[in-house]
Design a protein around this ligand. Sequence first.
Ligand code: NAD
Length: 316
Amino acid sequence: MTVQADSCILVTGALGQIGTELVNALRQRHGSDSIIATDLREIDGHSVIASGKFAIADVLDKKELENLIIKHSVGTIYHLAAILSATGEKNPELCERVNLGGLANVLELAREHNLRVFSPSSIAVFGPDCPPFAPQDAPLNPTTMYGMTKVAGEVMAKYYSEIHSVDIRGLRYPGLISWKAPPGGGTTDYAVEIFHHAINSSSYNCFVRPDTKLPMMYMDDAIRATLELMDAPIDSLSSARAGYNIAGLSFTAEELSEEIAMRIPNFICNFEPDIRQKYADSWPESIDDSFAQKEWNWSPKYNLQQLVEEMLKNLS
Ligand SMILES: NC(=O)c1ccc[n+]([C@@H]2O[C@H](COP(=O)([O-])OP(=O)(O)OC[C@H]3O[C@@H](n4cnc5c(N)ncnc54)[C@H](O)[C@@H]3O)[C@@H](O)[C@H]2O)c1
């Protein structure tokens, strides 16, 4: 995607796990001055994105977002602000309000100001009736409030793209594993926490069973997928564009702990499932991403060994 000379990119939820890395990738591509990072929270001076443009913005405040869009001649929004699955189950009303209200504001502003939009979906759109190898057109019957907001978000995105010709694109991200910013309260957070505990205390109490197998992805692959989808010619994208399935890798919690123990021999992982086991059990084990492969040449790079080595090297 090329940014017009007079057009900037605004990122909502920029201080989160994905935003922290996406903002840096966008700054490298388009120049720091073209990227406006925003979040509800004040930025910490030590944040890896502290050096560029930043503004406080609540996605539920449409006027505040509009002022930024006009002030900075924004042409594209990467809308990352959301309440994730585990936090959302503790506070379903907030999850519904932020995830649907924030997206409604972004989509309406996109229609009014002719903006392009990236809005992520999630594997949480799937429910217990989804086959273990989830197809693009699987039934979407999630059991979490978070999953419901993501299904509704895809429907809203389709409406704005088909009826109002807004160029909106989305990915059903798997659980994302990264080291630059902590995860924000999702069910797959164990796959990040385990590395911190392995390095700091050589033991971890994992909150899902050892046989829990979920779709995951290393953050570098997720950022590349995001940029590649936004670069793809619009004519190559089908109606899956509101939420493409993308696969990275799938592994059980036990396979992950064993892979870490091969590199940290005294590491011990105990398994003490909590309520998040139920959310994990409602999701598929792996993802059929043939639409993404065919329509914009998606292909992941990181396998489990590479991911574990990268995480341990960067966190140590
Ligand atoms: N991280 C993952 O594993 C994962 C997986 C699937 C989908 N996703 C999706 O990707 C997107 C980004 O996820 P993330 O992991 O970076 O989340 P995160 O929780 O790490 O970050 C979300 C950010 O949104 C901000 N925020 C919350 N409410 C806000 C509001 N009202 N206005 C403005 N900002 C607000 C928070 O302060 C936070 O910095 C979300 O839509 C999420 O559903 C993430």
